[in-house]
Design a protein around this ligand. Structure first.
Ligand code: B12
Length: 218
């Protein structure tokens, strides 16, 4: 039965039908489905199709906007259940998170924030289109031990490198681990720019954050 709801949810995102995405998400929660599965098996596969259709010229910007709204509204509903499903009640670390300058993609970054918050991290989410200097200031202000940089565009990936350079310049790099993500980003890119790690999705981001914080500074 759950697979049917997931397929319908994917379709609702592909069609950019916010109302349907919201009502199906309510239904999924009422049926007691796992909220993370709703994200990973319903909403995200739909978004992948939207991206593919955009790449091949079948979809245009308004489709991305509508699909984005549908997924975001569904995520707002899922957020309390995702947070309640978290395991850790102790504070594991402090994270400064954001989508880098020039980039307004929000959904994946927010999902990473929800997963980290749910599992014991204090997250300072700076939002989207975040200037390099703002990441540095926030790390200094909060004494964060982790920075998460999201970039969804090949044209904004380079800003991740600039944040790392500015952290070095500010003398903060030895106190803070840097993790990077977003669809064009890879483990190889992370290594190339001197980040401490890369994760493909929000579950991976949580595992990585745990690993980096346990490893400690330096
Ligand atoms: C929805 C969407 C939009 C929406 C975003 C709405 C919103 N509020 O966020 C809007 C309409 C704003 C948009 C705009 C544009 N978009 Co757009 N967009 C997408 C789309 C279809 C889905 C992105 C998404 O939300 N996915 C769902 C989430 C859950 O997945 P995610 O973002 O990948 O995040 C996961 C992982 O990457 C990872 N992760 C993400 N961040 C981080 C951070 C850390 C630290 C870690 C560890 C992990 C991590 O975990 C997340 C959760 O699992 C993608 C397609 C794609 N395949 O990515 C295109 C895509 C990213 N967009 C694209 C483009 C070209 C654009 C525009 C330039 C279009 C235009 N002509 O204007 C503009 C750019 C605007 C800008 N300056 O930023 C291209 C980018 C091509 C490229 N390689 O550069 C893509 C790939 C589409 C395509 N196939 O061509 N877009």
């Amino acid at each position: 039965m759950s697979q049917e709801v997931y397929t319908q949810l994917s379709m609702a995102v592909i069609e950019g039908d916010e109302e349907l995405a919201v009502s199906l998400t309510k239904q999924a929660l009422d049926e007691g489905l796992n909220p993370l599965e709703v994200v990973n098996q319903g909403l995200t596969p739909g978004m992948e199709v939207v991206g593919d259709k955009f790449s091949c010229g079948e979809f245009f910007l308004p489709h991305l906007v509508m699909a984005g709204k549908a997924m975001q509204s569904a995520l707002i509903l899922l957020e309390p259940a995702l947070k309640a499903g978290g395991l850790s009640r102790e504070t594991l670390g402090t994270v400064v998170l954001g989508t880098v300058a020039g980039d307004i993609h929000e959904i994946g970054k927010s999902l990473v924030g929800i997963m980290l918050t749910a599992n014991g991290f204090v997250v300072h989410d700076l939002g989207v289109d975040v200037p390099v200097s703002k990441f540095v200031e926030k790390v200094r202000e909060t004494g964060a031990n982790l920075v998460g940089l999201s970039a969804l565009l090949t044209t904004t990936m380079g800003v991740q490198r600039r944040v790392i350079e500015e952290l070095i310049e500010a003398g903060l790099r030895n106190n803070v681990k840097v993790m990077v993500g977003g669809s064009p980003v890879s483990a190889q890119w992370a290594q190339e720019i001197g980040a401490d790690g890369y994760a493909e999705d929000a579950t991976g981001a949580l595992a990585l954050a745990r690993r980096l914080v346990v490893a400690g500074p330096g």
